[in-house]
Design a protein around this ligand. Structure first.
Ligand code: SF4
Length: 459
């Protein structure tokens, strides 16, 4: 677990800081981002990061402290930010609830520190209280498009706007309180933009409310997110929020490719990274990092049939096997059918997630070959017409690909395989036209949310 926001340098830990840190790392914490709120705590955060491998630091002046910042505070922050374990500028922002510093001073310090973050190309950790309007105006004007809105107090539309601006949204202990308004906000967001935090020693989750908070209590926030995003499991949320925190703060990643990987109650088989498409939104392409729901899927080589069967055998706690990795499974049709036949004989339920080009790639009528082996098929429709499809998916077989995919959907239905199609909610996609096309094909439509940068153009 990663606690993306804590204040372990605060006096509440003076009597047992080392013990708390040791116990929490032993109980499953992998990393803690310790947040500076003034020059002194920024220095202390860096000192903690130097002392503990899993602790990282941020440096910044909190709106409460902006009135006390010395004249040369930006110069001092810049020097602190050059430390190799300084990962963000923060905690900065606006707090009109407590108004500990004059609002003009808060706004000026916020703007200046955003400018510093832009200059240093660092993410920001933003504190907002009763100041969403002004904060968003300043953030937009600054051009800073990476960071996190910590323990975000806004509503669903404000959270979505922050995500559009490039920010992550973090949730802390209050999401675990009875009737918390944070539940509705979290439920409206893509998991790929959510991180978990404690804000320790404050904002203690319901289970220990009233007591001092600590990083290991981030598990209660993760548990609550698991309940909100069911059927995602605790492990899924832990992996995804940790991955998000690593992306946000540039923390080191472990890149061990998964041959099989679990999400919810499905076991996915990563047969190959090859594909007949080059969709611009695919985690395979461009600068995207090869992670899907926190699993690293870039293979060093195509795994053998035996390796996959062995990997499936040692897993447990899943209801179906899904052929779906970072590539098109039917690029290895023979191996996929061999694996499916073996698993079918053992009673496994199976699904194929495909771009629908299997027949075209292998020059066969594929659906009858799948019948009796594959129980469900999910086909990436990806566009309302061939022209949009060509531009978004960039298939290597050109114009005939869209029609081949549509023919595959029809063939699967005819073969009696439970079939649905899916689209990603990209700006170029006409969801209503896709819904009509799916309905004309007699299949259901699943709309997946795009987790990448919407500002990237595919032109
Ligand atoms: S069809 Fe799927 S695997 Fe292939 S490029 Fe598109 S998104 Fe990626």
């Amino acid at each position: 677990m990663i606690d993306s926001h804590a204040h372990l340098d605060f006096s509440q830990y003076d009597s047992d800081r080392d013990e708390v840190i040791r116990e929490d790392f032993e109980s499953g914490i992998e990393a803690v981002v310790n947040i500076g709120v003034d020059l002194e705590t920024s220095r202390k955060s860096i000192a903690l990061a130097e002392r503990y491998e899993g602790i990282y630091a941020t440096v910044g002046i909190h709106p409460h402290d902006s009135g006390n910042a010395p004249r040369d505070y930006l110069k001092q922050l810049e020097a602190l930010a050059s430390h190799k374990k300084a990962v963000a500028i923060g905690e900065i922002g606006l707090d009109y609830y407590r108004d500990h510093s004059p609002r003009d001073t808060q706004r000026r310090a916020f703007e200046q520190q955003l400018e510093l973050a832009r200059k240093l190309d660092m993410p920001v950790v933003v504190h907002i209280r009763e100041a969403v309007g002004d904060s968003f105006k300043i953030l937009e004007k600054s051009g800073v498009g990476k960071g996190v809105l910590h323990s975000f107090p806004g509503d669903e539309s404000e959270a979505r706007k922050a995500i559009e601006m490039g920010f992550f949204i973090s949730f802390a202990g209050p999401i675990t309180y009875p009737r918390s308004t944070r539940v509705k906000v979290a439920a409206s967001l893509p998991l790929s933009r959510i991180v978990a935090e404690t804000d320790a020693p404050y904002l203690t989750p319901q289970a220990f409310r009233g007591k001092r908070n600590r990083p290991q209590y981030v598990r209660y926030v993760i548990e609550k997110l698991g309940a909100i995003f069911e059927p995602y499991t605790f492990d899924d949320i832990e992996r995804i929020t940790s991955h998000n925190a690593r992306r946000l703060f540039g923390l080191p990643f472990e890149k061990i490719p998964g041959i099989v990987y679990k999400i919810r109650r499905s076991l996915y088989v990563n047969l190959t990274n090859r594909c007949s498409c080059d969709c611009y939104f695919c985690p395979r392409s461009g600068s995207r990092d090869g992670f899907v729901s926190g699993h690293y899927l870039f293979l060093r080589r195509d795994p053998s049939v035996e390796e996959i069967l062995e990997a499936v055998e040692i897993e447990s706690g899943f209801d179906e096997v899904v052929f779906c990795g970072l590539g098109e499974p039917t690029m290895r049709l023979k191996e996929m059918l061999d694996i499916a036949a073996k698993l079918k004989s053992k009673g496994y339920s199976m699904r194929l997630n495909t771009n629908g080009h299997g027949g075209l790639i292998n020059k066969i009528d594929l659906p009858p070959r799948l019948a009796g082996l594959i129980d469900r098929v999910s086909v990436s429709l990806n566009a309302q017409d061939a022209d949009t499809y060509l531009r978004i998916c960039r298939p290597d077989r050109g114009m005939e690909s869209f029609e081949a995919m549509i023919g595959f959907v029809k063939g699967c239905r005819k073969a009696g395989i439970e079939t649905i199609v899916s689209v990603v909610d990209l700006p170029e996609i006409d969801i209503e036209a896709c819904r009509k096309l799916a309905s004309d094909l007699g299949v259901g439509l699943r709309i997946r949310s795009y987790s990448g940068d919407r500002r990237r153009s595919f032109a």
